[in-house]
Each structure stands twice: as structure tokens, then as C-alpha cells.
Ligand binder design. Structure first.
Ligand code: G3P
Ligand code: MG
Length: 244
């Protein structure tokens, strides 16, 4: 087991509250918190005028009332969109969340955050740099954990916020994956849960990093991963897993 302190809760709600509320909105965070979750994963990218805000996709099409590339609008335009009606009528008019609003919510409620850097195309380094600066401006006390599939985004965050812990996200274990995580001075590796087992956990722990998994919604899989020794589970199933 790595010696370094790990301040993040084991159970992490995916995109705010998984699928029960519109992903990556404050409504989702509120819902996840109402189920007892104390840690949240969300996806952050940049508006055209470099304001960090939450959105999973590169386009607005699936989860907002607008269409087109998310990075081509200024925050003032994005802030007027409906990011809830696509999910259900109950959440109509829910706005997109700025990173600033998420920081305020997490700090007020004492919640931990796993901030996935999800850059628009070709904006990896810039996204990491800008979000790193913003996190240092906005957060007091317990810092978020950065994660990304994009090594350039993690490099950018390391430039502007070297003391904010980083995790490499992996959807496949390609040759050199652990060396890459070490090269980026990551504190953790977060894999697709189907890639993680006792052997992979041991490899990660041996070099002093933590091993986390996404996105586990099945109880049998969760039980297996806990037995394998993972350090954290990201889940949509906030209504079925009790974080306590
Ligand atoms: O951060 C873990 C997980 O969120 C990665 O996948 O596509 O849901 O952002 P995705
Ligand atoms: Mg994500």
C-alpha cells in the first residue's frame, strides 16, 4: 500500500449523480449528496473565453438546448443554455455549471472532487494550465484530484498547479502505461474497472500510486474490486451503493 496520505473518500459519484439527474450539473451534485456521497467526479473543459465549465462531450448536442462545439461559445452564452431538459422535465432550466459554482458548492458542503480534465479537441495543455490556475484561485483546504485520459492536460495542470494531485485515466493498458503515470508524477491511476484486478492493483501499489476504477454500477463487480484492493470506486449507482 502506498505510504502517502490519500484524503479522498472511497466512493465517488460519477458526473455528479450518475444518471438520476442531468450529468455534470449542480442538480446532480445536490442529488448525489442527498444519497450520502461525499466525493464527486465531473468533467471540465473551457469556453471560448477560457472559463472552465462542466460538460462531458465535445459538443453541446446531447446534454444542452444548443448544438455545436462547446468550445466555440463564450461563458456568457453557455450560461444561458438549458442543461437539464434533455434529462427530464423535472430538471428543465437547470444551467450548465461553471467550475467556480462547483467549487463554491463543494467547499460549502465539505465535499471532495475528482476533476476530470476533458479538453475540447487540441486544447489539452491549455485546459490543464487554465483549470490548474483556477483551482488554486478557487479552492481552500482539501484540494481536488485532477484526472485525465489526455497526458497533455495533466502536464498543463502540473505546470500551473503542481501540488494538486493528478491521476492518469486509462481505457486500455497499453505498453508503458505505468511509466507514463510515473512520468506525469501522478498520485493515482484510474482504469476502466474491467481492466483492474489484483495483479494490476499490486503493480500500481508497488510504485507508490493508488488504484481507482470507473464506472462500477454492479454489486458483484464492486465486491470483487474491493477484494482486489482498489482505493476508490466511481459509480453512477448513487441510489444502490451506500458510501458509508
Ligand atoms: O473519470 C472517470 C470517468 O468519468 C471516465 O469516463 O467518459 O465518463 O468521462 P467518462
Ligand atoms: Mg468523466
Amino acid at each position: 500500500m502506498p505510504a502517502t496520505d490519500w484524503p479522498y473518500p472511497f466512493w465517488i459519484a460519477h458526473r455528479g449523480a450518475g444518471k438520476l439527474a442531468p450529468e455534470n450539473t449542480l442538480a446532480a451534485f445536490r442529488l448525489g449528496a442527498s444519497y450520502g456521497f461525499r466525493a464527486f467526479e465531473c468533467d471540465v473543459k473551457l469556453s471560448r473565453d477560457l472559463v472552465p465549465f462542466l460538460l462531458h462531450d465535445a459538443t453541446l448536442n446531447r446534454t444542452t438546448s444548443a448544438k455545436g462545439a462547446a468550445g466555440l461559445l463564450d461563458w456568457a452564452q453557455l450560461a444561458r443554455l438549458d442543461a437539464g431538459a434533455w434529462h427530464s422535465a423535472a430538471f428543465a432550466s437547470e444551467p450548465l455549471a461553471s467550475l467556480e459554482a462547483v467549487a463554491q458548492f463543494c467547499l460549502e458542503q465539505g465535499l471532495a472532487l475528482n476533476l476530470e480534465l476533458k479538453p475540447s479537441p487540441d486544447q489539452g495543455l491549455l485546459t490543464g494550465q487554465v483549470v490548474g490556475r483556477e483551482v488554486l484561485r478557487l479552492w481552500r483546504g482539501k484540494l481536488p484530484l485532477f484526472s485525465s485520459f489526455d497526458p497533455e492536460a495533466l502536464r498543463g495542470a502540473a505546470e500551473t498547479a503542481p501540488l494538486v494531485p493528478r491521476a492518469l485515466l486509462l481505457g486500455a493498458l497499453k505498453p508503458g502505461w505505468l511509466l507514463l503515470a510515473q512520468d506525469l508524477a501522478c498520485a493515482a491511476v484510474v482504469t476502466d474497472y474491467r481492466l483492474m484486478d489484483k495483479t494490476v492493483v499490486a503493480l500500481i501499489h508497488k510504485v507508490g500510486l493508488r488504484a481507482l476504477v470507473y464506472t462500477v454500477n454492479d454489486e458483484t463487480a464492486a465486491t470483487r474490486l474491493i477484494a482486489d484492493g482498489v482505493d476508490g470506486i466511481i459509480t453512477d449507482a448513487v441510489d444502490r451503493f451506500a458510501p458509508a
